[in-house]
Design a protein around this ligand. Structure first.
Ligand code: GLU
Length: 318
């Protein structure tokens, strides 16, 4: 059975771009007779915003997007919050250590960023492998001064994965990306590692997310195959850009769902998003349920979508 997922990071307000992504993830899974998992990606507690979990539950339910597995809307913590899954990540990390597939890395500048999902604009440069071949003595010396981050030692291979919009994609992972950190020096596990494990352990078969995360997919597929898991199929959808053609950010309030909800009904928002995604010819009010017969991955645009100014024009009007 198809299993899709919502994987919000509760670091701010959901914006209409996030809403489009969750709507399409829900439609894709449900239109294939499948289910949806909700999982909060809250490993980096410093970035989390108070109230964002509550707001996410409220926004998803308001949009009419339910989930089959995940926390109940009054739950805070538990198996579907990554911050509560450290013991699971420890177990897989220890296995990699025993297999000699991770090494300590003392060049820490970029590690911090890779704890959260690296959206395209903040993609790290290829790691040159500076700490890959340190001798045991060098490691011991450096360990005395500071705790290391840990990187996965990649094999020189081509990773192939499938995208429902783009077909088969491949990547020479070591050359194009380089060894990547899976655990930060303070012990926090990095996005690529936790997402790959959770998608696999939760039985997710389809990952629909915005195309700016496409560069993360080869890493995640690589991690899943290391442990013998079958990777999911991906659907990397275009970005929804603001009316100025800029990427939306959770810190901008005007196109946040909180603001949109003050001016529009859920049916108006769902209809507008479906229109932007090519599922409706006109933006007319409708429910997510009513869209099910209209959903097909072939209809989704391949180019980024610039939000027409008129569509949510009432937002920000006091
Ligand atoms: N938690 C990530 C975000 O909210 C999404 C990660 C993913 O879909 O893999 O940006």
């Amino acid at each position: 059975m198809v299993k899709g997922r919502f994987a919000p990071t509760p670091s701010g307000n959901m914006h209409v771009g996030n809403a489009l992504c969750y709507l399409l993830a829900w439609l894709s899974a449900r239109s294939q007779g499948g289910g949806v998992v909700l999982r909060f990606e809250d490993t980096d507690l410093m970035r989390m915003r108070p109230g964002a979990v509550e707001q996410t539950f409220s926004d998803l339910l308001w949009l009419g997007l339910d989930w089959d597995e995940g926390p109940a809307p009054d739950e805070r913590g538990g198996a579907y919050f990554q911050s509560c899954r450290t013991e699971i990540y420890d177990k897989y990390f220890d296995e990699l250590r025993v297999r000699g597939m991770v090494y300590p890395c003392f060049c820490s500048r970029r590690d911090v960023r890779l704890v959260s999902a690296p959206h395209e604009s903040d993609r790290a440069a290829v790691y040159p492998g500076s700490c890959r071949d340190l001798s045991p003595q060098e490691v011991a010396e450096r360990m005395k001064k500071r705790a290391p981050a840990w990187r996965l030692r990649l094999g020189d291979e081509t990773v192939v994965f499938r995208d429902r919009i783009r077909g088969a994609l491949s990547c020479e992972i070591l050359r194009e990306y380089g060894d990547f950190p899976i655990r930060r020096a303070d012990g926090v596990y990095c996005y690529q590692f936790t997402v790959a494990l959770d998608d696999a352990l939760m039985g997710v078969t389809e990952v629909l997310r915005s195309r700016d995360l496409i560069s993360s997919s080869p890493w995640q597929v690589y991690v899943q195959r290391l442990f013998g898991f079958e990777p999911p199929v991906f659907v990397h959808i275009p970005l929804l850009l603001d009316p100025d053609g800029q990427r939306m950010a959770k810190r901008d309030f005007s196109l946040s769902l909180r603001e949109v909800r003050r001016h529009y009904s859920a049916e108006e928002v769902v209809g507008a998003l479906a229109y932007l995604a090519g599922l409706l010819d006109e933006p007319h009010p409708c429910t997510a349920e009513e869209l099910l017969p209209h959903y097909a991955p072939e209809k989704l645009p391949r180019e980024d979508i610039v939000l027409p100014r008129a569509l949510f024009a009432r937002c920000g009007e006091g």
